[in-house]
Design a protein around this ligand. Structure first.
Ligand code: NAG
Length: 491
């Protein structure tokens, strides 16, 4: 019974917590049910103080690499004649990150394990107590049996003895008989009955503990390799996703990139469906599971989770949240003319995109300077024109084209002031090609639900996953992804 009570208790407290959570969610939701922006106007820029500061000048950007490159690919990839995509078993743990040092996403399994271990402890003591009680009972039962045995002997003797004085003894005998019957009944029915019940309870608990123990050991196995996802990687690889799709890899999933030269192969998510496929995903946000407020070195090498299993499938069909890494991105864009596709989605499911026909990122020595060209799309040309809500110099200072890359520990932004604490990357949450500071902030902080306000932000600035030209400063997008592909003439 104690176990049951415990069970109910723990259940009801979980229930309470759930209700509380639901309440919080509904409060937060109802706060944002109105359509006005809860923040204040446009905030991407840092207004100029003319008394102290010189007007910022735009950094000249070398135009993106153009000419040469890939020939157009026929609209249907010739993959169809190739047999079903071959996959090989995962090496060391399967679908890990491109770099094992990258950020990890701990599975909720570890939490479950904790709970299981705690519950097991409770049940163990209860079972021990029960065991003791059963022992006591069975002892008292055996004493009773002995007693009955003695009584039987006594009775037999008495019967012999009382042949002569039957009448005198009759009363006593019948009394004895009564006692004997009573005791027999008690011993044979009640106590064994109780024992049986206790035994079955014990058995029940034992099997429950067995199940818990196997669950715990399964969880421990699972937690031994935290955050690794098991998936088979297609055998086909290439120096980029475009080459992979040309070799027949036509499903969107995680592939191995084999860079030219002697560089180590690494994993990446290839989008083989969007606009004819062949896209190498260099950035992805979708659930806030990865922290993007990272240092220079992290952005240089890349971080996050490349891909995860799609439901029951054995391969990694869904992208994770990650930044591929500035060195890799720079290398890709230097191989030839490259196009960039930025896709985004709000919390209602509306989608827009920004497409740049030219995209080049310089190397680390040149602070990963970005250049983009040939915009088309529905999101607004934030990278080249700055925030559409702003005018004049305020707008100019939110243009990203030509900017260096900045992280909170390496300030290369366009906000040049005497106050060294004023750094865009510190205020706006991510690593990015900040100017003074941004019109687009794809690596910003992830806010659940979309609308947020200055008092929720760490520094009072619009540090969300922002694309000002679409949703303004105070709306953090649900999804944002950046993918690149060698530029080739479209059919
Ligand atoms: C720039 O923005 C500030 C406030 O954010 C405003 O006071 C100023 O007038 C703006 N300048 C221009 C040229 O619009």
């Amino acid at each position: 019974q104690r176990v049951v009570t415990l069970w109910i208790l723990s259940k009801s407290s979980a229930m309470k917590r759930l209700l509380l959570l639901l309440l919080c969610v509904s409060i937060v939701k109802s706060q944002f049910d109105y359509d006005e922006e809860p923040g204040v106007g446009a905030r991407g820029h840092r207004p100029l103080d003319k008394r102290w500061e010189a007007t910022p000048t735009l950094r000249p950007a070398p135009p993106p690499i153009s000419g040469g490159g890939y020939r157009a690919r026929p609209s249907q990839p010739q993959a169809s004649h190739l047999k079903k995509l071959e996959r090989k078993a995962p090496d060391a743990g399967g679908c890990l990150h491109a770099d094992p040092n990258m950020g990890v996403l701990c599975p909720t399994g570890c939490v479950l394990q904790d709970t299981l271990v705690k519950q097991e402890r409770n049940i163990k003591t209860t079972v021990r107590d029960l065991g003791n009680e059963v022992d006591e009972l069975s002892q008292s039962t055996s004493t009773s049996f002995q007693y009955v045995g003695t009584l039987k002997e006594l009775w037999a003797k008495k019967q012999k003895q009382t042949i002569d004085n039957q009448n005198a003894v009759n009363g006593f005998s019948s009394e004895l008989e009564k006692h004997q019957i009573y005791i027999q009944e008690t011993v044979n029915t009640h106590i064994p009955n109780n024992l049986r019940v206790l035994r079955s309870i014990l058995e029940n608990l034992r099997s429950k503990i067995q199940k818990l123990e196997s669950d715990v050991s399964a969880q421990m196995d699972y937690c031994r390799n935290p955050c690794s996802v098991s998936c088979n990687i297609p055998v086909v690889s290439g120096k980029e996703c475009e080459e992979i799709i040309r070799k027949g890899g036509d499903t969107s999933e995680m592939y191995l990139i084999q860079p030219e030269g002697f560089a180590k192969p690494y994993k990446v998510y290839c989008d083989m469906k969007t606009e004819n496929g062949g896209w190498t995903v260099i950035q992805n946000r979708q659930d806030g599971s990865v922290d993007f407020g990272r240092k220079w070195d992290a952005y240089k090498k890349g971080f996050g989770n490349i891909a995860i299993n799609e439901d029951a499938k054995k391969y990694c069909g869904l992208p994770g949240e990650y930044w591929l890494g500035n060195d890799k991105i720079s290398h890709f864009t230097k191989m030839g003319p490259t196009e960039l596709l930025i896709e985004m989605e709000d919390w209602k499911g509306d989608k827009v995109k920004a497409h740049y026909g030219g995209f080049t990122v310089q190397n680390e020595a040149n602070k990963y300077q970005i250049s983009v060209s040939k915009y088309k799309g529905t999101a607004g040309n934030a990278l080249m024109d700055g925030a559409s809500q702003l005018v004049g110099e305020n707008r100019t200072m939110t243009i990203h084209n030509g900017m260096f890359f900045s992280t909170y520990d390496r300030d290369n932004d366009g906000w040049v002031t005497a106050d060294l604490s004023k750094q865009c990357s510190k205020e706006d949450g991510g690593g990015w090609w900040y100017n003074r500071c941004h019109s687009a902030n794809p690596n910003g902080r992830y806010y659940w639900g979309g609308h947020y306000s200055w008092d929720m932000a760490k520094h009072g600035t619009d540090d969300g996953v922002v694309w000002m030209n679409w949703k303004g400063s105070w709306y953090s997008l649900k999804k944002m992804s950046m993918k690149i592909r060698p530029f080739f003439p479209q059919q």
